[in-house]
Design a protein around this ligand. Sequence first.
Ligand code: NAD
Length: 371
Amino acid sequence: VTLGVPKETTETENRVALVPDVARQLIGRGMEVRMQPGAGAGAFFADGDYHDVRMVEEREDLYREADVLLKVQPPSLEEIDLLGPETAVLGLLDPLGSPERVSRLRDRGVTAFAMELVPRVARAQAMDALSSQASIAGYKAALMAADLAPRFFPMLTTAAGTVRPAKVLVLGAGVAGLQAIATSHRLGASVSAYDVRPETKDQVASLGATFLELGVGASAEGGYARELTEEEKRQEQELLADRIADMDVVISTAAVPGRKAPILVREADVTAMRPGSVIVDLAAETGGNCECTQAGETVRHEGVLVYGPRNVPGRLPVHASEMYARNLANFLDLLVRDGQWAPDWEDEVVAQTVLTREGSVVPETVRERVE
Ligand code: NAD
C-alpha cells in the first residue's frame, strides 16, 4: 500500500496527517510513504526528518499514485477530482457538515473514512481523533482565556496585597471541557463546571472543580448528550444566568453531534457580566454557545470580551499532528495487513467509520443529508 500525504490546502491549517516517527512505523509495517515537500513545515517537521519517505513535487502525481491519502482537513472538491476510484481517503471529513463534498466522494467512487465517525468504544480509543484534538482544544482554550483576561488566574499573596483567584466556569464537560477544567485549575483558578450529562459530575469533581447542579439531565446513546427540548433549553439558560453573571471567565465547549451548538449564554447574560470578563467559546465553528460569538473574532460586548477561535487544535500543531498521526496509524491497522489493503468490513470500527464506498454513502445519518 502506498500512502500519500499532501500539504494541507486549507491556508490556516498547520497540522500534518503524518509525523516522522509514525511514518517510520508505517514503513516498518510494509507500507510505502510519499509526501508533498513542505507538508510537515507548519508543524515544524522538515522534509529531511521523514526518513525513507519519497517526496513528490507534483500534487497531481501524489494524489494519483496514492492508494490511501492521509488528510487532516477534508479534501476540497478539486482535490477529490484528483483521486482515482481505487483510492481511499482518511481524514476529518466533516461528514455532517458538507453534503456536496460527500456526494463528490461518492460519485468519484472513493473509499472515504471519516475519523469523526470512529465509534467511542474502548477498543477504538487509540483511534479517536475527536478526543485527541478536543483535549488539545480544551487545554489551549484555558490558556487563551488566561491570556485575554485582564486579571490573574491564581490567588496571589504579595506585599502589594492579596489577589483572589479568577472564577472560571466551564460549560460542557466532555473531552475538551475536562481539559479546560484541568488546565484552569492548574493555573490556580477557582473552577466550576456544568454539563447536561449527570455522569460528568464525578469527573468534574476529580479535577478539583465544583459541578453546578441545575437539574437538567440529557444523556443519550454512545456517551453523547441529546438535544434539549425548547422548554429544557429555556430552563437551562435561566438557571445558568445567575452563575454566569458572577464569573470572570466562561469557557464553553457544549456540543451535540450533527447539530448547531446549544446557546447557553444569551446576550443579556453577557451584558450582566462584570466588565473585563472573558468568554472563550470553543463551539464558535458550529454556531457558538454564546449569542455574541462571531467565529474567528474577538467581540467586545459592553466591556466583556467574547472570543470564538477557529481550529484551536491547529494552534498546537506539533502535538496535534503527533496525536492525530497516531490515531490514523492505529486505524490503518484495521485496513492494511502485511502491507496489503485488506479492510475487515465486518469489524464494527471499520464499518462505522466508512463514509463512502463503492459509489454509496454508507452511514444512514449522512445519506439522508446528501442528494
Ligand atoms: P461533544 O464534543 O459532543 O460535547 C461536549 C460536551 O457538551 C458533552 O459533554 C455534552 O454532554 C455537552 N453538552 C451538550 N449539550 C449541552 C447543553 N445543552 N448544556 C451543557 N452541556 C452540553 O462531546 P465529547 O467531548 O466528544 O464526548 C462526549 C462523551 O463521549 C463523553 O462522555 C466522553 O467521555 C465520551 N467519550 C468516550 C470515549 C470512549 O469510550 N472511547 C472516547 C471519547 C469520548
